[in-house]
Write a protein that binds this ligand. Structure first.
Ligand code: 13P
Ligand code: SF4
Length: 358
């Protein structure tokens, strides 16, 4: 992508001046102009793990969204400062579960007499408050690359026959993992709507469910439809459809392969020359992969041309990165993300359970 050569040079110079004091992490959905300055790129799981891998770096510049920077702060030492180049880089999915709503949900489960059977499993894409709730109630965090192992762990926490999982906040990842990977049925899943009294569920429905799915979703992945899958199959005979598990269930059920961003990249690296792929995930990543693999004769298209970038991921651009790096190089700490100590303690418990999954 055409990045301003003057800004590229300024970012390079500031980063060089900072040396080992700075470690730049870049999620796969970041713009090319930002990714070129990342010391490490990855999916949410890899970045959570790698954030803690550079204890000598005073500044962790997180090119991604707010919940990722919070998780990095939780997993790094108190002396390390995590910086998000634009504080407006949030995540609409993470915003769909607030601490008050989740506390209210727990009251509903308690009143239905099932709270003791419920293990919370929260997607990484959630605020530190939700992670702390999860840790406090004996649950774990998961990402799209370990959701199955997290659910298996959760159902092993009590009697598997009566244990239930409260899955927050992405209903699609929860349903797709339960049904596609673990053989549960759609009827085993109910959707808890935080905007309705009792979550919109009867006590009988709550008691019968194995998976209580929070009514959240990703606004980007939610736009891929079964029609997009059918259209691309008609347009490109022999195409392999590969989608992210944040897509709706009917899309995942119709796809050939499903996985995290890291999985998607590996699948394309291993794909034979001449193969054709339609990818259902964020556009920055799909474009980068299409350009990268075109010379090897792999045809990669975006699953649905009407879907666009993740607008909050895109908030991190080269001007914000330059401003961040230059400020840090001048000794001015900007845009620090810091989770308070009590939230951090419980959230860390939940994150460490995830990191310890087999
Ligand atoms: P992964 O990179 O873990 O697949 O997550 C995708 C995502 O939506 C992050 O916001
Ligand atoms: Fe959130 Fe979806 Fe954007 Fe990921 S792609 S940051 S889940 S809105």
């Amino acid at each position: 992508s055409p990045s301003d050569p003057d800004l590229v040079e300024r970012a390079r110079a500031a980063k060089e001046k900072l040396g080992d004091k700075v470690f730049v992490l870049g999620h796969h959905y970041q713009r090319d102009e930002v990714i070129q300055f990342a010391d490490v790129t990855g999916d949410s799981f890899k970045l959570a793990r790698d954030a803690a891998a550079r204890p000598e770096a005073e500044y962790i510049v997180f090119c991604g969204v707010h919940f990722m920077a919070e998780s990095a702060d939780i997993l790094t030492s108190a002396e390390q400062k995590v910086v998000l180049p634009d504080l407006a880089a949030g995540c609409s999915m993470a915003d769909m579960a607030t601490a008050e709503q989740v506390a209210e949900c727990w009251d509903v489960l308690t009143e239905a007499g099932i709270a003791e059977q419920v293990v919370p499993v929260s997607y990484m894409n959630s605020s530190a408050d939700i992670k702390a709730f999860t840790g406090k109630h004996g649950g774990t965090i998961c990402t799209s690359s370990n959701a199955r192992r997290a659910l298996e762990w959760a159902f092993g926490q009590g009697d598997p026959a009566s244990t239930k999982v409260l899955f927050l906040p992405d209903q699609h990842l929860g349903r797709n993992t339960a049904v596609r990977d673990m053989g549960m049925s759609l009827e085993d899943c109910v959707v808890y709507n935080p905007h309705k009294p009792n979550g919109g569920l009867t006590t009988e429905e709550l008691r019968a469910a194995k998976m209580i799915l929070w009514r959240g979703h990703c606004s980007v992945h939610g736009r891929f439809s079964l029609e997009s899958v059918n259209d691309v199959r008609a347009r490109i005979p022999g195409v392999n459809v590969l989608v992210h598990p944040e897509c709706r269930h009917e899309v995942v059920a119709a796809a050939d392969h499903v996985g995290s961003t890291e999985y998607i990249i590996k699948a394309l690296e291993e794909a034979p020359a001449g193969s054709k792929w339609a990818i259902g995930t964020e556009l920055n990543l799909v474009r980068r992969l299409a350009n990268r693999f075109a010379p090897e004769g792999k045809e990669i298209v975006f699953l649905d041309r009407t879907v666009c970038f993740c607008s909050t991921m895109n908030r991190i651009d080269l001007p914000h990165l330059v401003w961040t790096l230059e400020s840090l190089a001048e000794g001015t700490l900007v845009n620090r993300i810091e989770v308070d100590a009590e939230t951090e303690a419980f959230a860390k418990l939940a994150l460490e359970r995830m990191l310890a999954l087999p």
